[in-house]
Structures are given as C-alpha cells and as structure tokens.
Design a protein around this ligand. Structure first.
Ligand SMILES: [Zn+2]
Length: 372
C-alpha cells in the first residue's frame, strides 16, 4: 500500500508527507473516517513512508527491505490491534486472518471483518489482555525499524479497560508511532480521544470510486458509474457490488414493492420466504438499494432532476414509484430500512425483518398525486 494506490485524499496525503519531511510526526494519532473510507489504507501507507529508507518526495520507495515487509504485513515492528471474538483474547491469535483480509481489501468494514472470521452472532471486542499486550510490546526495543508502529483499528471496541493505555498515549516510548483508526469518535472513550491528534478523512467522491473500480478491478466505465452511485463513497460497499447485477436488484425491488402495494398476502409471504434466503450480506445490500430507490423516487416527485442518480431502466420505475413516496412517509420508511439493516448486522432473522418491513410498507405506501 502506497499513497498513490489510494484514490483522492490529496490534501491529507500532503499533510502526512509534510509531518515526516518536517520531522513533526505526532506520536499518538487518530485517523477518523467513515466506513469504507481510506482511513486504514492511509495509516498503512503512512507507516510505510515513515520507515522507508529510500523515500521519494511524494511516496515510499516500495522496494527497500522495510517497504517490502510492510507491504506484506510481515514487518516485526508493525503491530496491529483489531476487534476479536471469543475464545480469542488477543489480536495476535487472529493475525493470519487479519493479514489475509487486509491484503485483499484495505477498505473493509468491521462487519465484513467479523464475517471474515465467521463471528456469527458474537460481538467484536478489544480486550484488556490486548491492551496489556500493547503496553508490553511497545515497551520493548524495536527490532529493526526506526519507529515501532502500533495500529489500532476500530478503537470503538475498546472497553473501559482501555484506560490503561492513557499513559502510553500521553508519553509513548521514544520512536513509537501509535495510530488509532476509527469510524465514529463518539463511540470512543473520551479519555483516549482527547489524547490523540486527529486527522479527519472524508468519504470518497463518486469519481474516485469510479476511477478505482476501473483501474483496479477492470470494471467497465458505465457499470463503475452505477456502482459508484450505489456505494455513496463507501469503497468497501463498492467492491462488494462488483460481482453483482444491479438489474437483478431492480427487478427484485420492483417485485417487492408491487407485492407490498398488492392484495395477495400469500404471494408476499412466498416472496419473503425466498428473499429471506439470499444471505445476510446480499439482503443488507438489497435494503441499501431500497433506501437509494426511496430517495430517488422522492427527488423525482419534487423534480430535483439534477440530483437523480438512476440509469434509464431505473428511471422508468422511479417515475411510477414517485407517486407513493412523499413528505408524509419518506422519513419513517428511511428509518425503518436503516434500522432493519442494523438488525441484520446483529443477526436478526432475515424473514422476520422482511415481514415487518413489508407490513410497514403496506401501511406507509400511500398514493399521492403529484403537486402541479
Ligand atoms: Zn522504501
């Protein structure tokens, strides 16, 4: 991972480079960015640049021994901490899986990670044992690098025991670089938060997502544009969409809405039975697509055409559907869909979720003629 591999974020990259060239590296930092942003990838590229022995003006060399080891995640002075699940108490017990997941996709979400390690309904956690381990290993001398590097991904999962890290964050041992990588600072321990230098990272733009998909995954241009619209700046979502057919999503969504608006309870129940088996990740994605279509229908109703993000086949459906989406139901439908996605992430039964949602939509989708 080099800076040049990461789309966009030019100002942040510039700032990070300057901290190194100007020898103003802050020893405890927070890379804060939403899910699917470049926060983790930037931290990875940054520690690589910091320790590169043959730095270029704007990036690491990618070929010195340090760069090679950090690229492969096998550098003895590069330590990772991330949420684990029982019976594992420390990140080092899942290090193999972590490296695989990160090398495959440095934009992964915590949900994808927990799926990756087959967490099922177990909650992720950063344990007290892990915090003790961090203190112990950062107290040791580095093996070969100038800087010992500790990256903690998702400090939101650190419980109150995390307070044992305060002293370390306040006065880190010399030549130590600690980077916490988070999505939501409000879910972090405030005591920890206040001891970090914060770098704020934005979500990607549609163009950045598009370019990334065409350059890195050879996705055809128009399709990359469609995926970019759906992913809304979340590169993890965008990568997930690559293997999927949006036409299927539209057909499936149309069918569902017709059933919700129709009279046959049996057909609706049959559909739920089938759709409930599509798998959690697909179902989440389907509901996200639903959210997207609700918003599009609302904008169509209000003729906010310049913000519409639909292709031609979708436009036809959205025009018809816009009769049913208005001020009186948009917000509650959005809320219902969003919380359903959250329930699915927390392992609720997909069929029950779809049934509740369908009943809710049956009540909420009321036809209102367009205002003229
Ligand atoms: Zn190098």
């Amino acid at each position: 991972m080099q800076f040049k591999d990461i789309p966009g974020n030019d100002k942040i990259k510039q700032h990070l480079l300057q901290t190194v060239t100007g020898q103003r590296i802050s020893h405890a930092q927070l890379f804060l960015g939403p899910e699917g942003s470049a926060n983790l990838a930037l931290a990875w590229a940054y520690v690589k640049f910091v320790n590169c022995t043959n730095k270029k003006i704007d990036d690491s060399c990618n070929s010195c021994p340090s760069c090679i080891k950090i690229s492969k995640l096998i550098h003895p002075d590069l330590h990772f901490t991330f949420p684990t699940i029982s019976p594992h108490k420390q990140s080092k017990e899942l290090l193999g899986e972590w490296k695989e997941a990160l090398l495959e996709n440095p934009y992964l979400s915590v949900y994808s990670w927990l799926q990756y390690i087959k967490a099922e309904n177990k909650q992720g956690n950063i344990t007290a044992e892990e915090s003790r381990d961090i203190i112990r290993r950062l107290g040791l001398k580095s093996f070969e690098a100038e800087y010992k590097m500790q990256l903690m991904w998702m400090p939101e999962y650190l419980g109150n025991e995390g307070n044992m890290l305060l002293k370390l964050l306040e006065e880190p041992p010399e030549k130590t670089l600690i980077i916490l990588i988070a999505n939501d600072s409000e879910k972090m321990l405030p005591t920890i938060l206040s001891r970090l230098q914060m770098i704020k990272i934005n979500r990607f733009s549609d163009d950045e997502v598009k370019q990334f998909l065409t350059a890195k995954y050879n996705v055809e241009k128009n399709r990359a544009a469609t995926i970019a619209k759906l992913a809304e700046g979340n590169l993890n979502e965008a990568i997930f969409h690559i293997d999927e057919d949006e036409q299927d999503l539209l057909e499936q969504f149309k069918k569902w809405m017709n059933l919700c608006l129709g009279k046959s309870a049996k057909d609706l129940v049959d559909w739920i039975d089938e759709a409930g088996g599509m798998g959690r990740e697909n179902l989440k994605n389907f509901l996200r697509y639903g959210l997207h279509m609700m918003r599009e229908a609302f904008m169509k109703r209000h003729q906010i055409n310049e913000l519409l993000r639909v292709d031609n086949t979708e436009a036809e459906f959205v025009t018809k559907f816009s009769l049913f989406i208005h001020e009186q139901n948009l917000e509650s439908i959005n809320q219902e869909l969003t919380s359903s996605i959250g329930y699915i992430e927390r392992n609720a039964n997909p069929k029950i979720i779809l049934m509740n949602l369908s009943l809710f939509l049956k009540r909420s989708l009321i036809k209102l003629e367009p205002m003229v």
